[in-house]
Design a protein around this ligand. Structure first.
Ligand code: THU
Length: 161
């Protein structure tokens, strides 16, 4: 319960149509990306869209494998692709959403711990916050202004010194 109230203080939930226009557009790119996911084993399709400071958008989706642990989450596919292609650009935001066989999931689906750690790396690298917008298939979108809100006390390059 206490944990939940901390989360709610950090996060800002809005209905999809209350999001500003650029966020709605980015989310739409994530919706499109989710529809292209390769998720034959879980059936749980995830889409992510990364907005760069240049205005460019790079998308990703989950890529599963018959050897289950080898699959990769949508967020990492998107962020790695963006940073592979545009290593000198900064990331403004990432939007994340899902598509399930039954549809109607209203709980916003937040990035897994591994993806938070990866996003944190790039937030630290660019020394600028990365906004994270995530939704289910219906209902509210949650907007956080920094990856560090999702991963406090994270392990960073500074810990290696
Ligand atoms: N998945 C993502 O793509 N992102 C997340 O943040 C959580 C989980 C994928 C991994 C797997 O393909 C499927 O969703 C079910 O776990």
């Amino acid at each position: 319960m206490e944990q939940k109230s901390i989360v709610l203080r950090l996060q800002h939930a809005k209905h999809f149509n209350e999001l500003n226009e650029p966020d709605q557009m980015l989310l739409q790119k994530a919706v499109d990306a989710a529809s292209r996911a390769y998720a034959p084993y879980s059936g749980f399709k995830v889409g992510a869209a990364v907005l760069l400071y240049s205005g460019g958008i790079v998308t990703g989706n989950n890529q599963e494998n018959a050897a289950y642990p080898l699959g990769l989450c949508a967020e990492r596919v998107a962020v790695f692709a963006a940073m592979a292609e545009f290593p000198d650009q900064k990331i403004d935001s990432i939007a994340i959403t899902i598509q399930t066989p039954e549809g109607g999931v209203s709980d916003p689906v937040s990035p897994c711990g591994a993806c938070r750690q990866v996003l944190m790396e790039y937030e630290n690298r660019q020394k600028k916050k990365i906004r994270v917008i995530f939704t289910g298939e219906t209902g509210q979108a949650i907007v956080v202004e920094s990856v560090s809100d999702l991963l406090p006390f994270s392990f960073t390059a500074g810990n290696l010194k």
